[in-house]
Design a binder for this molecule. Structure first.
Ligand SMILES: NC(=O)c1ccc[n+]([C@@H]2O[C@H](COP(=O)([O-])OP(=O)(O)OC[C@H]3O[C@@H](n4cnc5c(N)ncnc54)[C@H](OP(=O)(O)O)[C@@H]3O)[C@@H](O)[C@H]2O)c1
Length: 211
């Protein structure tokens, strides 16, 4: 495997995804607002094996970048450094974290807002609709009858690789469609917080079998 994944955000979600991908053999780099020194101490305890780096170093070497920071802080990132990368957007418009986020027009999918900010990147929505504790306890290998499904949404050319990352993390990827189809994944949507099989997710989101 050996592929490098950078996670932006070392909080509840970022460190959970780091553990899952470390277990799958990925080389995981993590970057946060407070910098590699403080983040390194956190990772040593809760995601040992992940490497704390400054943003430019972490994303520069990464094939895939996972956004696990508040949605409202994505505009602070240097979009040029993410150009050409596969970016998995795990963020949500969550009022307790982001406040009333005036940048986001009501009718716009939050991942579309992210894709517009990072217009040079290949943005896929993933890892956003399950809580970090469900991710922590829910990972299962392929074929396990208790495997939990995870919806992903983005460009057709990018969903295959995004699905491989989700699969490696221990969840069954379910392709919902493009970012425009991602409303069920958002807070208040049918899939948000739902721990369910891939078949159940397909049925609830009216997605054809084996997507
Ligand atoms: N918590 C969940 O179960 C869950 C599940 C799915 C999706 N999400 C979404 O994931 C995102 C993160 O949630 P969370 O619960 O993990 O939040 P959190 O525990 O508060 O962690 C947020 C992280 O973002 C980092 N950060 C803030 N500004 C940054 C910047 N400009 N550059 C790099 N890193 C920055 C913070 O750095 P410092 O550590 O240095 O402060 C912190 O590590 C949110 O959009 C949330 O809606 C959360």
């Amino acid at each position: 495997m050996g592929s490098i994944v950078a996670i932006v955000g070392a909080g509840k979600l970022g460190t959970t995804i780091a553990r899952l991908l470390l277990a799958a053999g990925y080389d995981v780099r993590v970057t946060s607002a407070s910098g590699p020194g403080a983040t390194g101490f956190i990772l040593d305890v809760i995601a040992p094996g992940a490497r704390a780096q400054a943003f430019a170093d972490a994303v520069g070497e990464a094939e895939v970048v996972i956004l696990a920071l508040p949605l409202s802080r994505i505009r602070d990132l240097d979009a040029a450094l993410l150009a050409g990368k596969l970016v998995l957007d795990a963020t949500n418009h969550w009022e307790s974290v982001d406040g009333r986020f005036e940048d986001l027009a009501h009718e716009v999918r939050s991942t579309q807002y992210v894709a517009d900010l990072l217009s040079g990147s290949r943005v896929v929505k993933a890892f956003n609709h399950l809580g970090y504790h469900d991710l922590d306890h829910g990972a299962r290998p392929p074929g396990d009858p208790a495997r939990v499904g995870m919806a992903i949404a983005g460009g057709a050319d990018d969903l295959a690789r995004a699905g491989e990352i989700v699969d490696a993390a221990g969840f069954e990827p379910v392709r919902l469609g493009t970012i425009a189809d991602s409303a069920p994944m958002e807070p208040g949507g049918e899939l948000f917080g739902r721990v369910a099989s891939a078949d159940d997710i397909r049925a609830r989101a009216a997605v054809p079998a084996r997507s």
